[in-house]
Design a protein around this ligand. Structure first.
Ligand code: COA
Length: 375
């Protein structure tokens, strides 16, 4: 039996309609700081409560490269009394929010591939934050699209999408599926602590979809998956303790450790060398010269991190053509970031061009997907 080659047939994107600029975000954060400091004036004067410091647009742009981010609920996110996405809770008969975003991204990918949803065999919902434990969001997406077969949710934080692509590619190589949708809906503003000065600016909301298929059923315009590599190394430097066993704790679900917490500096220092080495080693194993990679679609968390990683891989500082940025307008969108970069910046490349989609984040987790444009 000849080997089945997995390819990326198409990608899809759902971008929320509303965007928040750094100026708007900082104005809201600083209004919250003023309120907090006024409400706790006596304790602050007595030294029992720490006075909060304001945020700044200049810091955010310089430290991260982020200028704005798309969000699912701009009003509540910017309201200094709320600072989180809020909407009417949907009934069990309505499509859940995450599934709705995922369906839109999936439909975009299916349309780009000219694929009928009925020809898809499996849906993997691969993302950082699922809105409920079960039934799986993937099965809800599968049902909404009219797909037979199977679906399940998987969470590897920021690396969920690349882990999902490898899982889909393995199903295809093994003959267990011919067409798999990897969907990554991310409402990062829901798990970010918008009241934390160090990280209130980091995240945005979005959904992406990647259609991974057997080469013989894929459209002519596709990207062959040349190789994938996954890596995890335990670390507490990015952590979120939210879960059903601790919601009843005295501080409850709103406690800071039940949201995203990170040691940003440590993450920066530890993840950059790990990811750069991983790309170079995997390139070697695949017989690809890392420095000759035509494009790096890197995880979108921090421009400085991407600058250093691409420098180590390519041997020089990458320009926008070699390592495109979407972080400036999307913020960090967790697992979706490298997929947005790929989605928006792949059609201009030529037949035979090689590139790598690379994610990294909590776990730590990192994933590489080496792709070659079809002739
Ligand atoms: N506005 C103004 N100043 C701020 C600020 C804000 N919102 N937040 C922090 N600062 C200040 C700090 O108080 C500190 O001041 P000091 O030097 O007087 O003590 C200074 O800015 C530097 O803070 P620091 O937290 O060390 O910033 P940084 O340069 O490390 O940048 C991150 C912070 C989060 C942007 C950066 O560490 C990062 O992106 N790391 C990687 C994160 C990542 O990829 N995470 C993965 C998530 S999935």
């Amino acid at each position: 039996m000849s080997e089945i080659i997995p390819v990326i047939s198409a990608t899809g994107l759902f971008t929320p309609p509303e965007s928040v600029s750094n100026a708007e975000l900082v104005e809201s954060f600083n209004a919250y700081v003023d309120l907090f400091n006024a409400r706790h004036a006596a304790e602050i004067a007595a030294g029992s409560v720490q006075e909060l410091a304001p945020s700044s647009v200049e810091f955010i742009e310089k430290a991260s490269g982020i200028k704005s981010r798309f969000v699912m609920a701009k009003g509540p996110v910017l309201d200094p009394e709320t600072m989180a996405p809020r909407w009417r809770e949907r009934t069990n008969d309505e499509l859940s929010v995450l599934a709705e975003m995922g369906v839109k991204a999936a439909q975009d990918a299916l349309a780009a591939a000219g694929r009928d949803a009925r020809d898809v065999d499996a849906v993997l919902c691969a993302c950082s934050n699922l809105e409920r434990p079960y039934p799986a969001i993937a099965i809800e997406i599968q049902n909404a699209l009219g797909i037979e077969g199977f679906g399940f949710d998987m969470n590897v934080a920021c690396s969920s999408a690349t882990f999902g692509i490898q899982t889909a590619a393995d199903y295809i190589r093994a003959g267990n599926a011919r067409s798999v949708l990897v969907v990554s809906p991310e409402i990062c503003t829901g798990h970010n602590n918008m009241k934390n000065r160090d990280s209130h600016f980091i995240f945005g909301d979005v959904a992406t979809a990647v259609l991974v298929e057997a080469k013989d059923v894929a459209p002519a315009q596709h990207w062959e998956i040349v190789g994938t590599k996954l890596k995890t190394v335990f670390s507490n430097n990015i952590r979120n303790n939210f879960g059903f066993l601790n919601c009843a704790s005295p501080e409850g679900i709103g406690a800071p450790d039940k949201l995203f917490v990170q040691e940003g500096r440590k993450v920066f220092k530890e993840v950059v060398p790990m990811v750069a080495a991983m790309i170079v080693e995997e390139s070697d194993r695949l017989g690809i010269e890392a420095a000759a990679l035509r494009r790096l679609w890197l995880h979108q968390a921090n421009q400085g991190m991407n600058r250093l990683i691409s420098q180590r891989v390519l041997g020089h500082e990458a320009n926008e053509d070699e390592s495109p940025t979407v972080l400036d307008t999307y913020g960090n969108t967790s697992s979706a970031g490298s997929i947005i970069a790929f989605h928006k910046h792949n059609t201009d490349l030529g037949a035979g061009d090689l590139g790598v989609i690379c994610s990294f984040g909590a776990g730590y987790s990192a994933g590489t997907v080496f792709v070659r444009k079809a002739a």
